[in-house]
Design a protein. Sequence first.
Length: 256
Amino acid sequence: MAVRSATSGAARPGGGDDPVPAGPQPRRVRPPRWLDLRLVLGVLLVLGSVLVGARVVTAADATVPVWAATADLGPGTVLDRGDLVAVSVRLDDVARSYLATSTRPEGRVLSRAVQAGELLPRSALDSPTGLVQLALPVQAGFVPPSLTRGQLVDVYAVADPAAGAPAAAGGDVARVVSGAPVQAVSGRGDGVLSTATTTVQVVVSVPADDAADVLGLIGGRGLVVVVRDPADTGSDSGDASGQGAAGTSAPAGPTG
C-alpha cells in the first residue's frame, strides 16, 4: 500500500486532493518621496497666486505725490509754500504733466487761475518776469471782508474823504489797477478795536513799468478794492495802465 508523502501537501477538507493555495506575498513599503511631482506643482501654483495678487495690489496703489492748491489762486499769483499741499494720486501716463513734490514751486508765477484742490499742472507755471509787488493803503471799510491772497482785484481811486482822500483831492473815480492778483493782506484786525477807518495794506502784483503810473493815478485819493468774479479771470488780467476813466461805474461804499 502506497504511503502519501508529508511534504506533498495536506489534503483539503472533505477528502479533496487539491493543495491549499499560498497566501498573498508581502509588498515592500517605499519611503515617502518629498519631491513628488504633484507636491511640486501645488507649491508652484500657490507661489504664483501670491505673486500675482501682490502685483495687482501694488498696481492698484501706484500713486505719486504731487502739489495741489489750498485755495483759489488767480493768474499772476507768486506762489509760496502755504499755497500748496502735497497729495498722493494715481495719474498713470499723465503724471509728468503735474508738478511732483520733489520740485519746489516757491517764487514761480501762475499763468492761469487754479482752483482750490486742483492739481498744479506744469503748464500753469511761469518764471517771474517784470512783476513788482505794490503795497496799497486802503481803509478797512473799503476792503471786502473776504479778501484773501490769490484773488484778482480792481482798485479804484475815489475823491471821497470817507475813503481817506484829502479834501483837496481832485478828480472823480478812476480805476488805477485792473485784474491784479493779491499777494498779501495785512493790518486787518478783529474785535472791538477794528473800525471802518483802520488802514489795511493790500499788496498786489503789477508790471514794473506800470508801478509809477499807478501811484501817479492815485494822486492822494482814497482807494476802494473790488474783487473780481473767479469766472472773470481772462479779461484785462494784469492791466495796470489805469485805463479806467471817470465814466467807469463807481464801486460800492464801505462794507462796515
